[in-house]
Write a protein that binds this ligand. Structure first.
Ligand SMILES: *Cc1c(COP(=O)(O)O)cnc(C)c1O
Length: 379
């Protein structure tokens, strides 16, 4: 069997073990501790944001963001449709009601046009959303100026899910609250973990309180609010501190992978790379290609060809408005040729292996297999 090539797997540097060992030596194995405090500080500094709370996952961070914005039973929350279910599941945890917004073809992210239509509609119904969850898909920022301008005009707060940069600032620091995930498949990982960041320090203070079981200040256990056990462990924060030191290096490797695919498929007119817009610097989390509508080769052909070679690839996120669980909720589409943009992208897209441990030899093997799917090409 050929060596397995992963889509995106954990990649440790040489500092993680130092911080983890330190946690063991000092017996800070409990949740919280010096690594958690330092990791929060280091992330805040890196992003240029006032405060950050380290949590057990990105999903927990989204949940806490909704909590501090006061999202509750029967409230409405808008969310990108083309995303992972983790972006919208916390809306349901709060008993609120998701409304899904289509993608734009330019960045694959939330369409400002569809967002505007949805906001106008809900305003006329007299029920504006309590928040808009904007996802920065596959490592590229959404068009934040347009989205912010629309949300600001309706005074609706923005929660950003995952980051890249946008006009010299980090996506995740442009809205009211930003969410990062350190799951095993992300650019940097703590095996599992997340971070909620904001320039509103009152929000983050509140999240620290809520995510440690909402214990009031008293000698005994006193609770006047519903609490959660969502804080990151001190051992895992140690991994995160080490990982942060190699983040720039990892982004450079991800970019190299993307550029290598781009150059290799330049002469195959059926293949288009994820468009990279000039308003920011993506982190190239996953290299995404789309196949033109008339392409005789379909995404599944590529996925199955690679699978036979023990190479992992995947379709794009299946839009939330098409998911059995979520299809009953409203969706605002941006139609193109009679099909909504997110569904069209889902039908035509493939996420290629973007693992930072990938070698040049691995990349050549993947490229060779994909090129062989297009028989008219000479190679
Ligand atoms: C990974 C991911 C999440 C969830 O993060 P977890 O840490 O796995 O809970 C949320 N949204 C998007 C877009 C993601 O890619």
């Amino acid at each position: 069997m050929n060596k397995k090539i992963y889509l995106s797997s954990p990649h440790m540097g040489d500092k993680e073990k130092y911080y983890v060992d330190e946690a063991f030596k000092t017996n800070w194995i409990a949740p919280l501790g010096p690594n958690v405090d330092a990791f929060e500080k280091e992330i805040s500094e890196y992003l240029g944001v006032k405060d950050a709370a380290a949590l057990v996952s990105g999903t927990a961070a989204i949940h806490m963001a909704l909590k501090v914005l006061g999202v509750t039973y029967k409230d409405i929350v808008f969310c990108s449709s083309l995303t992972f279910a983790a972006s919208c599941n916390p809306i349901i945890y709060q008993g609120a009601y998701p409304v899904f917004i289509d993608s734009e073809a330019e960045s694959f992210n939330m369409s400002p046009l569809a967002l505007k239509t949805a906001l106008e509609d809900y305003k006329s119904k007299g029920k504006l959303p309590k928040a808009v969850i904007v996802v920065h898909l596959y490592g590229q920022s959404a068009p934040m100026d347009e989205i912010k301008e629309i949300c600001d005009s309706y005074k609706v707060p923005i929660i950003e899910d995952l980051g890249a940069t946008y006009k010299d600032k980090f996506a995740g620091t442009l809205g009211d609250l930003g969410v990062y995930s350190f799951n095993g498949n992300k650019i940097i990982t703590t095996s599992g973990g997340g971070m909620l960041v904001s320039n509103n320090t009152a929000f983050i203070d509140k999240v620290r309180f809520l995510s440690t079981q909402a214990r009031d200040k008293a000698r005994h256990y006193e609770h006047s609010e519903l609490g959660y056990n969502y804080r990151m462990s001190n051992v895992l924060a140690g991994i995160g501190r080490g990982q942060l030191k190699v983040l720039e290096e990892r982004i450079a490797q991800k970019k190299h992978i993307f550029e290598t695919y781009k150059a290799a498929f330049k002469d195959i007119s059926e293949i288009e790379m994820l468009p990279i817009l000039d308003y920011g610097k993506p982190n190239y989390w996953l290299s995404v290609i789309t196949l033109k509508k008339n392409s005789p080769v379909k995404p599944l052909d590529i996925i199955l060809t690679l699978e036979k070679e023990n190479i992992e690839s995947r379709p794009l996120w299946k839009p939330m408005h098409l998911q059995p669980y979520y299809s009953k909720y409203p969706f605002y589409s941006l139609d193109k040729d009679g099909i909504c943009t997110s569904e069209d992208l889902f039908n035509r897209g493939v996420c290629l292996p973007s693992d930072t441990k990938i070698t040049e030899e691995d990349l050549n093997r993947i490229i060779h297999r994909i090129r062989a799917c297009f028989p008219q090409i000479n190679f």
